[in-house]
Structures are given as structure tokens and as C-alpha cells.
Ligand binder design. Structure first.
Ligand code: SF4
Length: 680
């Protein structure tokens, strides 16, 4: 261990010079706050606007700590794009630059869930995955999957990491399942005949030796859920893109149960136990298939008695099959051991999800832990069979105990304060809100029941600002004169307004719509007689559409949710961001509506706590698409007048960057025309 390392500021300056940037005040403030958090053990939530250079502001103190203490720091991201940026661009340069002052080259590794890596045992002839019933009867799907598996075999002989994200173009989930295993299906390195060459094991071993491990929120959640110890020992976690943490953790903790999954479990079990046991499971699965066809898609507020009986039968049948399979006998061949693992994993899924669904209806609304809903799509070209889903209403307790309770945690993103305060997100993360900094905007109402066991958790909220001068570089325009949005698509007045704005801007427009239907409607209408080319999400791959949009300033790109958060187009190709309506969750969104109901059952304001918070986060993310570099100028236009007129409008506006604001359409069209003329 080095005796004394150079001070943080010196290391930061070296790292910044190596990546070719200039030191920025927000970056230095953030780096020092991260270092303080690591030293004191107090958690830190730090909002850092685009252009702050926040990745270096946490990488440098994280690396310094790892080298000084001989420990590992985990960095978690929500998106593959940021993961790639860290591993392919930032970390190699920073590690090289800091090698001399730290007297050794810091090491880093990327770690994902086992399902993301090619399993050589399965590829070498381990038991194939059972296609689900739908795929069995679809010859087109089978032949496509055959071609994909052939391609995967060719790729397997070339790839060095066996990482699914490196396979471009990707393959279907069904094909990938033929060459991968979950953690529970894996034989274990000591048992596996090709364990010494295993990609997942190699990645784990590398992560265990690294100073910095980059992972994703899903794996962080699996580690926290305690179902498997997947991350190496670590004392500090940096959560980047922390605005997405709760959604990603919720997804990782969501269980699903379908008749197809039961059929797969029964088929796998049938090879290992007496026929009548597996048949009993299969019959209960058939019962589930029949019942789910009659249950309406959406949230389940009560468990119908026949469904309760069937779930109980499924739970018991899965348990009996598990018992019958029993512990592994000495001398079992690898293939048989593998079959056993696969069967047990499928049975555990069926059993545990059935138990969760049954238990979800035992508590009253205020104390309910899980929400259950049915999904399915019967009428479309891509029908999906009915499936029961069960998700936690709240992940605050889990995060408080397993993330904040066990590691010093730094949460960062360009959007962490909503309505001017960290409170809304802190509450979702399970952090006590009374120590939060920042004033809460009028209209922000929060859940009435604060966490009760939060006394030992200390944290600081800090906004290091943004290098942009929002008041001079951007305008927030709210079309106050328009009618409130309707239920049946975009009203004609919205389309007229949109056309006028797009014409004034000369294209250069990112249209963020609350539904795909609205995006398509707007694209179809504006294409009639428009001077600009209108691209619409879904007509090509999103990355290709964004590339076209960035290359040609006269182009517009319309789309929905993934564009709200994922578009990074600096320069004159983007000078207008239009949002059609305040992005509240849909009233039939099972999770949001159940969360809202639970807050109301405790006497809080469900709409403001859940729906307004959700909308504020998305609005801020959408508005964040406008200014991506210091020279960018432009307009964020919100067609929904409620942003200016509703009581909660103050909370939502206070969640947006501090643009100069107007409700005058002539003023905003004039500004857009001048910008278009200046850009040529
Ligand atoms: S150790 Fe597990 S994941 Fe690796 S090759 Fe063997 S079975 Fe597959």
C-alpha cells in the first residue's frame, strides 16, 4: 500500500489534462464532496448538470481510495451507453494518467449478471433450453432461432469476453437462452467441465482483483436482494444515473408466472422424477392458462378464489417436485447435474412467485408490500400470452438496509432534485428526508409516513450546478393558450402549434411524446407539406434515427420514452425540444396506481407523491436534451397548458433547469427563427 498519495486536487488536475478538458468549479466541488463522503462514511447525493465532468469527479476519488486502502469500489450505471463510456473511454485514460502519481496503474473491470455471458458448457452440448409453447408451434421462429444459434456458435470461437452486448447485431432472447445460463442454473466452476475457460467466471475473477468494478443497477439489486453474492467485497458504491435506480431495482425484484413457465418447469422435472409428480405440476399449469385467459389485463386488487386455489396447487406441486429431485448424489455426471440445476431453478421460480402472489393479498392496502397484475396481448401481430407479475411497491427498505446500510454510497445524476429538493428521490431510496438541502417548491406534497428506522443513516444532498447559463441559453415556453390535452390523440390545436414551432426552427426538433400513438399522429400530420424531414421512432433502429437526426439539421425526430432520456445531440441539429403533455404515468399503470393508492391509504397525497414526482423526473430529463454543449441555444416547448395553470405546475416547473420562460407563442417563434437564421 503506498505510504502517502498525492492530494485529490493534484490527481484530478492530472486526470482532467489527460482527457483533454479544463477543470471546472462544479467538478472540483463534487470530487471533494465524494472524497469527504468516502472518508466520513456519510452518503452523498450529488446533482451535477451536463458538462460538469461528473464521471471524473467520482472516478478520481474512487480510484484514490481503492489504491490507498487496497479495496474495491463499485460503480453502477443504468445504461449500457454510460457503461461503455466509462470502460472504453474514461477509465483507460484516467488509469494511464494516474499510474505515475499513484505509483501503479489502477485496474478496472466490468461485471454483469451471468445470463449476459456465453456459457461454454451449454454451448458444448449441455441441456438445451426448452422453447416456450409459443415458439414450439411457430416454424418461422424456430428457423430464425436456428440461424441465430449458428451465428452464436461462430461468434463463440472469436469472442474474448463472451459478453452479449459485444454481439452486434444482437440476437433474440430465445436464441440467447440456448447458449447462456442463470446463476442458479450454472453448475459452479468446480463442477463444470469447462469451468476454467468460463467467460462469466473469468469476468468475476477479474472483478475480484480490480480497483474499480463497473456494473449495472440490476446486478447491484441482485447483490442487495441477497439471492447470490455477485459483486466482489467492496466498501464504496457510486450510483451514476441514480434517477433510474428505483425503477431498475424494482424490475430486478419483479417476479413473473405464466403457463409457459410452468410447462417448462414440468418438462425439465419430468426427466428426473416419477411421471405423476411432474404431471400434477403440468396440470396445475394448464389450470393457470385457462384462468388467466378470463382475467382482465391490469392490476389485481383481489385474488379470485379459483386463481387462489390454482396458485396454491402450483406452489405445492413445485415443492413436491423439488423434494422428489432431492440433493445431488455423489458421482453424478455433469450433464445430469446440469439438468437437475435447470429443473430446480425453474421450480424455484414457479414456487416463489406463486407464494409471493398469494401473500400479496394478505395485508391491507396501507401495509401491502407487493402489487400483482396481469399482462398479455391477444389481438396484435405479436401476441403475448397472459402472465402474472408481482413487484415490490417500495424498494426503500431494501436499499436502506442493503445498499446504504452496508456501503458508503454516492448517488449522482443530472436530475436528482425535484421541485428544488432532494426529498422526493431520497424518500424513494429510503434515506431520511429531514437532513436534505434545498427548498421544496409549492405544490410538492410527499408521503406522510417517513421511514421509522432511519436514525443511523446520514447523508448530504449537494447540487454542484451546471456550466450552462440556462437563463441566457434556453427558453421554456408553455403553450398556455391551448386546451388541456384530451384522451383521444393530439387535439388539432396542438398539431397546428407544433407545425408553427417546427417551421420557425427550420426542423432541428426533438418531439418527445407521451405515447407512440401521439408520436405517429404528429409525424403523419406534419409530413403533409412539411419542409423538414420527419423521422419517427420505430421506423428504424433508434440509434440509426438519432444518427440521421444529428447529421442533418433540417430533420425532426419524434418518439417516446427512450428518447426522453437517451438522446445526446449537441450543436445546431437540436434547437427545439417539444413535449406534448406532462408525462404522468398512465392511469392504468399497475405499479404507479398501486403506489399512489398505498400513499393515500396512509393519509398522504398519492397523486403528488407518485404521479407528479414521476412526471417531474421525466420532464427534467426531457428538457435536459436541449443544452448538451456550451454553445447550444434553444427552446423547450411544453404544449400542455397545465404546466402553467395547475397547482402542481409550480413543483414541475421548479424541477426544470432555470430557463428564461414565456407563454407568448410569437416571442418563442421569433427566437427560433433568429436561431435558425444564425445557424444558416
Ligand atoms: S461455470 Fe457455469 S456459466 Fe461457466 S461454463 Fe460452466 S455452467 Fe456455464
Amino acid at each position: 500500500m503506498p505510504d502517502s498519495l498525492p492530494p485529490l486536487r493534484e490527481l484530478l488536475a492530472t486526470a482532467v489534462a489527460a482527457v483533454g478538458g479544463a477543470e471546472r468549479p462544479g467538478q472540483t466541488t463534487m470530487a471533494e464532496a465524494v472524497q469527504d463522503a468516502i472518508r466520513t462514511g456519510d452518503h452523498l447525493a450529488v446533482q451535477a448538470g451536463t458538462g460538469t465532468g461528473k464521471s471524473l469527479a467520482y472516478l478520481v476519488p474512487a480510484i484514490r481510495h481503492a489504491v490507498e486502502k487496497g479495496t474495491t469500489v463499485v460503480i453502477s450505471t443504468a445504461t449500457i451507453a454510460l457503461q461503455r463510456q466509462l470502460v472504453d473511454r474514461d477509465l483507460p485514460r484516467v488509469a494511464k494518467a494516474l499510474a505515475k502519481p499513484l505509483k501503479r496503474t489502477p485496474s478496472f473491470a466490468i461485471l454483469k449478471g451471468r445470463r449476459n455471458y456465453l456459457c461454454l458448457h451449454k454451448l458444448d452440448g449441455g441441456p438445451a433450453d426448452d422453447p416456450d409453447d409459443q415458439a414450439l408451434f411457430d416454424p418461422f421462429a424456430i428457423s430464425r432461432m436456428g440461424r441465430e444459434v449458428t451465428r452464436l456458435r461462430e461468434w463463440a470461437s472469436d469472442t474474448e469476453a463472451g459478453d452479449r452486448d459485444e454481439l452486434v447485431p444482437g440476437v433474440s432472447e430465445q436464441a440467447w437462452r440456448q447458449v447462456s445460463v442463470s446463476a442458479r442454473e450454472c453448475l459452479g466452476v468446480s463442477r463444470c467441465p469447462v469451468g476454467t475457460d468460463c467467460f462469466a467466471e473469468r469476468a468475476r475473477a477479474e472483478a475480484g482483483r480490480a480497483d474499480v468494478v463497473v456494473t449495472n443497477h440490476a446486478l447491484l439489486a441482485i447483490d442487495a436482494l441477497g439471492t447470490a453474492q455477485v459483486l466482489p467485497e467492496h466498501d464504496v458504491v457510486v450510483v451514476d444515473e441514480a434517477h433510474d435506480l428505483v425503477d431498475r431495482v424494482t424490475s430486478a425484484a419483479t417476479g413473473e408466472l405464466s403457463a409457459a413457465a410452468v410447462a417448462v418447469a414440468a418438462r425439465r422435472t419430468g426427466r428426473l422424477v416419477e411421471e405423476d409428480l411432474a404431471d400434477r405440476l403440468a396440470e396445475a399449469g394448464d389450470g393457470l392458462a385457462m384462468l388467466l385467459e378470463d382475467v382482465a389485463v391490469g392490476r389485481l386488487d383481489a385474488l379470485p378464489e379459483p386463481l387462489k386455489v390454482t396458485l396454491t396447487a402450483l406452489r405445492d406441486a413445485a415443492q413436491h417436485c423439488t423434494t422428489a429431485i432431492g440433493p445431488e448424489k455423489r458421482g453424478t455426471e455433469a450433464d445430469e447435474a446440469s439438468q437437475r440445476k435447470q429443473a430446480l431453478a425453474a421450480l424455484e421460480d414457479v414456487h416463489d412467485t406463486a407464494v409471493r402472489v398469494l401473500e400479496a393479498f394478505e395485508a391491507d392496502t396501507a401495509h401491502q408490500r407487493d402489487v400483482v397484475w396481469v399482462t398479455g396481448d391477444f389481438g396484435s401481430q405479436n401476441p403475448r400470452p397472459p402472465t402474472l407479475r408481482v413487484a415490490p411497491l417500495n424498494v426503500a427498505g431494501l436499499l436502506r438496509e442493503k445498499l446504504f446500510g452496508e456501503h458508503t454510497t454516492v448517488l449522482t445524476s443530472a436530475t436528482l432534485t425535484l421541485g428544488g429538493s432532494f426529498d422526493a428521490l431520497a424518500r424513494q431510496w429510503g434515506l431520511p428526508v429531514r437532513q436534505s438541502s434545498g427548498a421544496r417548491a409549492e405544490g410538492a406534497a410527499l408521503d406522510k409516513e417517513p421511514p421509522s428506522d432511519d436514525g443511523a443513516v446520514h447523508w448530504t444532498g449537494m447540487d454542484v450546478g451546471s456550466p450552462f447559463d440556462h437563463g441566457k441559453s434556453g427558453i421554456l415556453y408553455v403553450a398556455k393558450h391551448l386546451p388541456p390535452p384530451g384522451r383521444d390523440g393530439l387535439p388539432p390545436a396542438y398539431l397546428d402549434e407544433l407545425r408553427e414551432l417546427v417551421e420557425a426552427a427550420g426542423g432541428r426538433t426533438l418531439g418527445l411524446f407521451s405515447s407512440m400513438r401521439a408520436a405517429k399522429q404528429a409525424a403523419a400530420q406534419l409530413r403533409e407539406g412539411a419542409a423538414s424531414e420527419i423521422l419517427c421512432q420505430g421506423e428504424d433502429s433508434t440509434s440509426l434515427l438519432v444518427k440521421k437526426f444529428a447529421e442533418n439539421p433540417a430533420t425532426c425526430l419524434f418518439g417516446t420514452l427512450s428518447l426522453w432520456q437517451g438522446v445526446d445531440v449537441p450543436g445546431p441539429s437540436l434547437s427545439l425540444v417539444v413535449m406534448d403533455r406532462i408525462p404522468f404515468p398512465r392511469p392504468d399503470d399497475p405499479l404507479a396506481s398501486a403506489r399512489q393508492r398505498a400513499v393515500e391509504a396512509r393519509g398522504g397525497n398519492g397523486f403528488l407523491t407518485v404521479a407528479a414526482t414521476h412526471a417531474a423526473l421525466l420532464l427534467a430529463q426531457g428538457a435536459g436534451r436541449l443544452l448538451r454543449s456550451m454553445d447550444d441555444r434553444g427552446v423547450v416547448a411544453v404544449l400542455d397548458p397545465r404546466l402553467a395553470t395547475a397547482r402542481y405546475g409550480g413543483f414541475l416547473r421548479a424541477s426544470l433547469p432555470p430557463f428564461w420562460s414565456t407563454t407568448d407563442p410569437a416571442v418563442v417563434r421569433g427566437a427560433l427563427s433568429r436561431l435558425a437564421a444564425a445557424a444558416g
